[in-house]
Design a protein around this ligand. Sequence first.
Ligand SMILES: NC(=O)c1ccc[n+]([C@@H]2O[C@H](COP(=O)([O-])OP(=O)(O)OC[C@H]3O[C@@H](n4cnc5c(N)ncnc54)[C@H](OP(=O)(O)O)[C@@H]3O)[C@@H](O)[C@H]2O)c1
Length: 303
Amino acid sequence: MKAAVCTKYGPPDIIKITEMAKPIPKKNQISIKIHAGSVTASDTIIRGFKVAGIYKVLMGLAIGFYRPRKSILGMVFAGEVESIGQDVSGFQIGDRVFWFDRFGFGSDAEYKCIAADSCVTKFTSSVTYEQAASIPFGGLLALHYLKKSGVVKGQKILIYGASGAIGTAAVQLARHMGAEVTGVCGTGNMELVKSLGADEVIDYTKENFLDSGVLYDVIFNAVGKKKVELHPGSALKQKGKHITVDDGAPKLSAKELSYLRDLMEKGALSAVIDRCYPLEQIADAHKYVDGGHKKGNVILTIG
Ligand SMILES: NC(=O)c1ccc[n+]([C@@H]2O[C@H](COP(=O)([O-])OP(=O)(O)OC[C@H]3O[C@@H](n4cnc5c(N)ncnc54)[C@H](OP(=O)(O)O)[C@@H]3O)[C@@H](O)[C@H]2O)c1
């Protein structure tokens, strides 16, 4: 099978398309023919080993200090079940499934075997593989942080970085929860963020939300502390919460992925796809994501 292989950390061109042996499922695994993947901000952080301080040690211990221990990158796919281990129930050959594992690796390839009880769930043909692949990363992380924030119906939430993978999902999920949403993004993304259901949109290149005098129950920094330190105390209500996408280590579950699938199939959660690249052009996809200004998701088309 074809796979995108990264044998050391470095710039995008380090990734090479290579012929590899097709994996065989163990008893508890399903083998997937992958049709679409996603190049996420996390993939580019891993590829470039772009962390500092104590995180270098933690990441080195988790995935390898000098090169990734697992050489095929990729943590998200949408594909179809191609074969099934003998102990597996609940899946059938031909099922359309999507999957996310922050440390799973291996989805930037034509095939991958995964544990049947991992963060994987089925979806129907009402959704394309590309659309499905755009949901797990931003959707599960946004859901985790929104739940952590405790935001409820009628509350005001400000989502900073509303046009990225996590931000576009957070805007839609917060609206679905009944919150009043203000999205913050750059000039070119105002219409997109409005179209996702934001009640208000602020252009951070022209306006500082701290100057508006509006107070929020929750302020969610979906850009991350490394790029933007918000210090939003003066814009928070008493007992208001400030959360950022870098806080803690989100737990991922198939149950929550199924919840997102249901929203997507009902039309309550839209796929936001900026660009699609064939697997062979994965280095170009990484270069684009490295820029830090993608709109929603960058998708890999495979097979
Ligand atoms: N906790 C975790 O497990 C975890 C996992 C993955 C990622 N993360 C964090 O989440 C962050 C976001 O991920 P993502 O996939 O949503 O990223 P993304 O799709 O690349 O989006 C980043 C967004 O940030 C905005 N942005 C960039 N520079 C900005 C600036 N200087 N001021 C204001 N906004 C700016 C961009 O909006 P405009 O283009 O409109 O400027 C873009 O929409 C990552 O960088 C990482 O730190 C955390």
